[in-house]
Design a protein around this ligand. Structure first.
Ligand SMILES: [Zn+2]
Length: 136
């Protein structure tokens, strides 16, 4: 189900709680909402649809990916960039890392570690920031 985008900065500033198996329908809503906004948006965190759970979805070179409870365990090569966000207006400066390693659980709640670089890594960093209540 496509959900409405949350633009309430107070709600967006809350730290997300651990996601469990019960939250998988919410993860599906998040994927549906990402697909709906695919033209303008490459990733979403659950708090962007008003749900305070640690779930992100993103497009990895056209493939939709889902992560529960993602944590960046390694990051290298910082750079400065500017990003926009569906929940915010305009573009804002931020620091990102070219390569990251992320630990997360997949849709079967299996623990996984995966490395990303380039634009996909940037999206993941933006969405994981959302889970910590950090806005660009
Ligand atoms: Zn955002």
């Amino acid at each position: 189900m496509v959900r409405e985008i949350c633009k309430d900065v107070i709600l967006l500033s809350r730290k997300a709680m651990e996601a469990m198996a019960d939250d998988l329908p919410l993860a599906q809503d998040l994927l549906d909402t990402l697909r709906f906004h695919a033209q303008e948006c490459a990733g979403m965190a659950a708090n962007m649809i008003g749900e305070n759970k640690s779930i992100i979805v993103f497009s990895d070179n056209g493939k939709d990916c889902l992560m529960l409870n993602p944590v960046i365990v390694k990051k290298t090569d910082a750079y400065q960039t500017e990003e926009g966000c569906l929940s915010l207006t305009g573009k804002r400066p931020c620091t990102r890392y070219k390569s990251i390693k992320v630990q997360y659980q997949n849709e079967k709640l299996q623990s996984r570690i995966k490395s990303y670089s380039g634009f996909t890594a940037e999206i993941i960093q933006h969405e994981i920031d959302h889970l910590s209540g950090i806005l660009i």
